[in-house]
Write a protein that binds this ligand. Sequence first.
Ligand code: NCD
Ligand code: ZN
Length: 345
Amino acid sequence: MTTEITITTPDDWHLHLRDGAMMEGVLPHTARDFARAIIMPNLVPPVVTGAQAAAYRDRILAALPEGMEFEPLMTLYLTEATDPADVRAAAASGLVKAVKLYPAGATTNSDSGVRDIDKVRGVLETMAEIGLPLCVHGEVTRPEIDIFDREAVFIDEVLDPLRRATPGLRVVMEHITTAEAAAYAAEGGDDLGATITVQHLMLDRNDMLVGGMRPHYYCLPILKRGTHRPKLVEAATSGSPRFFLGTDSAPHPQHKKEAECCAAGCFTAPVALACLAQVFDEADALDKLDGFVSQHGPRFYGLPVNTGAVTLTKGDPVDLPGSVETGAGPVAVFDPGRAVHWQVT
Ligand code: NCD
Ligand code: ZN
């Protein structure tokens, strides 16, 4: 039985840090285990321009505790008014590593997102030309589409036509949750990647809804039927370079999660690596963990792999932190609802 593994220092290819007091509270929990992260731009107001991304990056670095190292990889929030020249300049300077497409209304703070894809064709063509990846929140928002079907419908109706219409565009299917998305990503070429979260590898909708409704498991895209989870685990542990970690760690103050209309998002950052080691161990695929968390992401983004290393050890079930205190109030930490035997040492 393997009781210790050492992997290359990982990165998180989809992270919400927020801003201000919340950011100060959650940032150390990512910086402790991850060297870099793709920082989501869905602040209020969103990070739309290169100048806004530069200012946000400065605020993140200023909030980093003394002695910790962490590199925020900035993104721009795509709107119908995004200027292709600004995107080009922000990418050329090295500041911005991706642009994020939120269909308007799909998730937390997505009101400024895209309603009509035709309005952003110019930006997408510029991105294809310069090789800047598009991170896609892949859900349709038409009210008649069932929330559990929104991802699968998006692939057929939006993503596939978009990729065909924009040859060369590098696309990351963010936080995939379905067998359909895993299959689509697996068949893609080098210009396609897909991130998977910790919660979608560990839970399905029964965990959220049977025996009472658990708001801390409510995230978007929503947890799916139990048949999908094994397909996601299969993809993550396959060794395919298309798949890499994006935790989508999305902190909300506890009172906003435990509310009549609860905010979407799971705060997984403090326990992400331990949980992933557990998942990969259960799948008898610990040898694939390094690829998923440390190798495939940098390869897709054209960045060097980290040089450091992280060791995880296996023993008795570990006590996971229940919550983290922040200046914006306590934030409940993701509880996978089962024993986790691994910890970062
Ligand atoms: C994210 C958030 O809270 O910003 N929430 C979530 O459920 N994942 C937004 C997102 O990535 O969809
Ligand atoms: Zn997200």
